[in-house]
Design a protein. Structure first.
Length: 342
């Protein structure tokens, strides 16, 4: 598959708009779910929750699938950082959550990287044919990529088992285990080349009315790969959120996912093959900026955890409000004692 890097294709703009809409839709849906947990009327609470679930788990994913049919994966991947941007911008007004300076700085860094990478990345997605699928997915390059990925997965799996046994009888959280689950789960989520290839091929078949490519076995394997990655991604995310605070876990998960999606777009789909060297450098600089911003948000969550715990444990009379399961964590939103922001 070749990508014309020198001209902007209007369809890429449609794909970018769909991806931005997807991030905003999912954040609104997750915040509605969070808001519903604090609504006293059960009937109204369920209505709000169902609306949130529909937005976060139906409308948002459909927009993402559609986006990959219009724009290259390497252009869309960094835009996933906008879900944290929307969350920090909206949460103080929708959920009454407080935003400290570290969150503002980390979110701004994510925003900068999410703009820089798409500006210098590929702007035109080429058509996908059955021959393109064969060149990308039946190649030494792809098999080597999968082999290295599986090797790292096996190493991480045994290390997770070892650390789980090591920390079994201790009340403290194993941060290294959290890093392994977060980075590993994000890596699985970043294998979006299956989704990108199958979405583009399906969109072309619908537009042209020709389905000859679907008579072969390979497109169905690609679709199965997309479904498998999505399912495994959901399982690992739930495991991580059950064990670690989401404000610590999700930014790390998202950073790994964005990095893996950009890497797989370059290695598997070869989307930056025709970009000039300086544009490739600027593209990866933007990706690194996104990861840096997410690392700052992860650090902020880690530093904020002991402060909240100390307030509650040292003063039993402190009255806490409900805990809001926001899209990126459960935060104390009502505490009588004043806690100054860092």
């Amino acid at each position: 598959m070749e990508v014309d890097s020198e001209s902007w294709d209007a369809s890429a703009g449609v794909g970018a708009a769909l991806m931005l809409g997807k991030t905003l839709t999912i954040v609104i849906g997750m915040q509605l779910i969070s808001y519903a947990a604090n609504v006293e009327c059960k009937r109204r609470s369920w209505r709000i929750k169902l609306l949130g679930i529909a937005l976060a788990q139906l409308v948002g994913p459909l927009a993402e699938v559609s986006a990959y049919a219009f724009a290259p994966q390497s252009l869309l991947a960094p835009l996933n950082g906008f879900d944290l941007v929307w969350n920090v911008m909206l949460a103080p007004y929708t959920l009454g959550e407080r935003v400290n300076k570290r969150k503002i700085v980390g979110t701004f860094v994510v925003f900068v990287g999410s703009v820089v990478a798409p500006v210098f990345g590929p702007h035109r997605a080429s058509s996908v044919t059955l021959d393109d699928l064969r060149r990308n997915f039946i190649s030494f390059r792809f098999f080597l990529y999968v082999a290295v990925s599986l090797l790292l997965t096996v190493v991480a799996f045994f290390e997770l088992k070892r650390r789980k046994a090591l920390y079994r009888n201790t009340p403290s959280k194993d941060i290294v285990r959290g890093l392994l689950i977060g980075v590993g789960g994000g890596f699985v989520a970043g294998q979006t080349y299956f989704l990108a290839a199958s979405s583009t091929l399906l969109q072309q078949s619908l537009s042209n009315g020709t389905w000859n490519d679907w008579l072969d076995w390979l497109p169905y394997v690609v679709v199965a790969g997309a479904a498998s990655c999505a399912l495994l991604n959901a399982v690992i995310l739930n495991i991580g959120l059950a064990e670690f605070e989401a404000m610590f876990f999700v930014p790390m998960f998202a950073g790994s996912g964005i990095s893996a999606s950009c890497l797989s777009a370059v290695v598997v789909m070869r989307e930056t093959a025709r970009l000039s060297f300086w544009r490739v450098e600027c593209y990866w600089l933007g990706v690194l900026i996104v990861v840096l911003g997410l690392a700052l948000l992860t650090r902020d969550a880690y530093l904020s955890r002991p402060a909240a715990a100390e307030i509650v444990s040292d003063n039993d009379s402190v009255e806490c409000g409900s805990i809001d399961p926001s899209p990126y964590g459960k935060e104390l939103t009502k505490v009588k004692s004043y806690v100054s922001d860092a």
